[in-house]
Design a protein around this ligand. Structure first.
Ligand code: SF4
Length: 143
């Protein structure tokens, strides 16, 4: 089973580890819009996934990352496919960012405080993703 953190689902979905070397927020948004458009035209999830090599990112963003009703998600994720993980071989399914790793070791009270801290920031989901993955949010929270 892949490792999951509740932080990955917060704030409209985190995409911080769905790519690397991001160019800008605008380019990330643009890539997700194009991915979502391509997803709407596919006949199967395999065709969608295999339309590009795993390393062939779009402006640094994984080509499988899409948006629905303002939330980011991966249609290949086991949560969307009755437990079947279609991401195998396409990304590191066991990756957790430093923030999510530290979060997993906290007690419930600290976890709730961190989630409240995130909510109080009112971040859009791209800003949230970037500072979640690069550890800025964690650093600020820990003061
Ligand atoms: S960057 Fe961290 S919180 Fe965001 S999806 Fe990846 S593991 Fe989850």
């Amino acid at each position: 089973m892949p490792i999951i953190s509740p932080l990955c689902q917060l704030n409209g979905g985190c995409m911080g580890c769905c790519g690397h070397d991001f160019i800008s927020k605008e380019k990330i948004k643009e890539a997700i819009v194009l991915n979502t458009k391509e997803y709407s035209q596919i006949t199967s999830l395999d065709t969608f996934r295999d339309r590009a090599y795993p390393s062939d990112l779009r402006s640094g963003v994984c080509r499988n990352l899409i948006e629905e009703k303002g939330c980011f998600f991966c249609p290949l994720h086991p949560a969307r496919n009755s437990g079947k993980d279609l991401r195998e071989g396409h990304c590191n399914v066991n990756y957790l960012c430093k923030t999510a790793k530290e979060f997993a070791d906290w007690n419930e009270e600290t976890k709730n405080k961190f989630m409240e801290f995130i909510r109080s920031k009112g971040l859009d989901n791209i800003s949230y993703s970037i500072i979640m993955d690069n550890g800025e949010l964690l650093k600020e929270f820990k003061g």
